[in-house]
Design a protein around this ligand. Structure first.
Ligand code: C2E
Ligand code: MG
Ligand code: MG
Length: 548
């Protein structure tokens, strides 16, 4: 008998099918390694009979096996811990020489398609889905309450997945997700649960001994995903942002710990992606402020609490106003004036920037047109365009719509964009910029010198103006190195036949330096702070700058 079992073991170990074997009395004899790999469990697995919802111990499974009538029984099985997949099992009775079966042999396979999905699986990647995730978090929290060992929850988002989808198509996007899921599975232990929540969002639920365990896993995940993927013959590189929250340290319930992990994920994304971030109380406070600010911004749009301020651009030789930059202000009835630095980044994240940006553009064009209608000297107004606005497919339609509605000629409008917006996808940026230029609108690179632009691209961008960042102006009169950089940017613009504007000139020495070095157009507190429309109109009318 011993010899037979040794042969049996060798056979079972070498076949790919997942096999469970009981004796004639339905006592478990063997499960093979393929069975363990498939179900994630050894011989002690509890199984659930899906058909009649009875929970089965292995005894009951073997009971079912023994009813293998006419030598064959088929059914569905599910691991009773509720998290794993649905299996098909086919049982045959082995009679040998005897009247009664001496053994029962079960072949186990993963159920396909519809059934799997119905039982909590994501069809594309085969990972458990959100239902299973919620269930698993609940169970882990209960287990943590019993054992005292913490639960780590990681929620992970692929960075810039939409770019892959847009560039290579949805088919390639799907294949990437399948590959990501496969790598993710490799990063975790059998007892951990990896799930796909939705789209490009995944999660891991782990019972851990120590917070450091989650650091190790997070680092492993980041590293594994960062390796290039081969998708349709193309090399695709993508990264993860990961938010981690720990129960009970960060939250007192399953739903709260999920929320905290989401907050941490958001923090990882805005901190530059390709990283993990742990939840912290401070983050929670920030998240609350963010939500609050978003709701207030929506109300502010509806209640028209935004205004455009104008900061003159002045010709240094003559002190004449030759243009203005439109700068949005939020006049909050409760908190007074809120500066764009505080709300633009959040508007950008939430997408509200598209509405706010369109409003600013329309308002500036209307007001500029109204000054011209009053017979004032025409000036060019520059409007800042955020990254999200620039990327939006309908940017050109919005701009041309506003120009025709307000009747402003395109040459009196300039759009300010920053270098970093252009570097992600140079081709599409160039074609968009070309279209803007063809409409007759000016294009300026704002904060020039602070981004990562490579000078080799500068010649390819159809721009009209370079705007020297105020960081280079601030100590231009005292720091010879900064002065040299400012001179170089001025020289560069001249060489490329571009206009050059300096921003942030605060004192007479700045103005003198700029004038002496060939930058004739200057914007800064020296001449005027950004002012409300009526005040700017007065400056245009009287031709006088009000020093502030
Ligand atoms: P920016 O486009 O570089 O605008 C120049 C900023 O420098 C303005 O700040 C302006 O008030 C400030 N500034 C001008 N002269 C001086 C000076 O002499 N000294 C100093 N210290 N600062 C000076 P503001 O109005 O707070 O705007 C900050 C940023 O917010 C802008 O930087 C721009 O990136 C963004 N922003 C403002 N309005 C809009 C808008 O309508 N849409 C978008 N997307 N972004 C906007
Ligand atoms: Mg600007
Ligand atoms: Mg600027």
């Amino acid at each position: 008998m011993g010899e037979h079992l040794a042969i049996l073991d060798a056979v079972l170990a070498n076949i790919r099918d997942a096999v469970v074997l009981t004796d004639g009395d339905r006592r478990l004899v063997r499960v093979n390694t393929a069975f363990e790999a498939l179900t994630g469990h050894g011989a002690d697995v509890l199984l659930e009979c899906v058909g009649d919802h009875a929970t089965l111990t292995f005894d009951l499974l073997s009971n079912a096996m023994s009813t293998a009538d006419g030598g064959l029984w088929q059914g569905k099985l599910r691991c009773a811990d509720g998290i794993d997949r649905l299996f098909d099992i086919t049982v045959s009775a082995v009679n040998g020489e005897e009247i009664f079966p001496t053994h029962y042999l079960g072949l186990v396979r993963l159920s396909s398609g519809e059934d799997a999905r119905r039982f909590g699986h994501d069809e594309l990647t085969g990972l458990p889905n959100r239902d299973i995730f919620l269930d698993r978090v609940d169970q882990s929290v209960l287990q943590a309450n019993r054992s005292g060992a913490p639960v780590a929850l990681m929620i992970m988002g692929l960075d810039r997945f939409t770019l892959v989808n847009d560039a290579l198509g949805h088919g390639a996007g799907d294949r990437l997700l399948i590959e990501v899921a496969r790598r993710l599975r490799q990063c975790v232990r059998e007892t951990d649960t990896a799930v796909r929540l939705e789209g490009d969002k995944f999660a891991l639920v782990m019972n851990i001994a120590d917070v450091d365990d989650s650091v190790i896993v997070a680092e492993k995940v980041l590293k594994t995903v960062k390796e290039p993927f081969g998708i349709d013959g193309q090399e695709v590189v993508c990264t993860f942002s990961i938010g981690i929250a720990i129960y009970p340290q960060d939250a007192s319930s399953a739903s709260a710990v999920i929320k905290q992990a989401e907050n941490a994920l958001h923090h990882a994304k805005v901190s530059g992606r390709n990283q993990y971030q742990f939840f912290s109380r401070d983050m929670n406070r920030k998240a609350k402020t963010r939500l609050d600010l978003e709701a207030r911004m929506r109300r502010a749009l509806a209640n028209q609490e935004f205004a455009v301020f104008y900061q003159p651009k002045v010709q240094a030789e003559t002190n004449r106003i030759v243009g203005a930059e439109a700068l949005v202000r939020w006049l909050d009835p409760e908190n007074g004036m809120i500066s764009p630095g505080e709300f633009i980044p959040i508007a950008e994240e939430t997408g509200l920037i598209e509405q706010i940006g369109s409003w600013v553009l329309r308002r500036s064009c209307e007001e500029n047109k109204s000054w011209q209608v009053k017979g004032l000297v025409p000036v060019k107004v520059s409007v800042n365009v955020s990254a999200r606005q620039f990327r939006a497919r309908n940017l050109l339609d919005i701009v041309s719509g506003i120009l025709s509605e307000t009747g402003l000629e395109p040459r009196w409008l300039e759009l300010e964009i920053t270098e970093s917006m252009l570097m992600n996808d140079v081709e599409s940026a160039v074609s968009k910029m070309t279209a803007i230029r063809e409409m007759g609108i000016g294009l300026s690179i704002d904060d020039f010198g602070t981004g990562y632009s490579s000078l080799s691209y500068l010649g390819r961008f159809p721009i009209t103006t370079l705007k020297i960042d105020r960081a280079f102006i601030a100590d231009v009169d005292t720091n010879p190195k900064t002065a040299e950089i400012a001179r170089a940017i001025i020289g560069l613009s001249r060489g490329l036949n571009l206009e050059v504007v300096a921003e942030g000139a605060e004192v007479a020495d700045h103005i003198n330096f700029l004038r002496d070095n060939g930058c004739s157009t200057v914007q800064g507190y020296y001449y005027s702070r950004p002012v409300p429309a009526d005040q700017f109109e007065r400056m245009l009318t009287e031709g006088v700058l009000y020093h502030t």
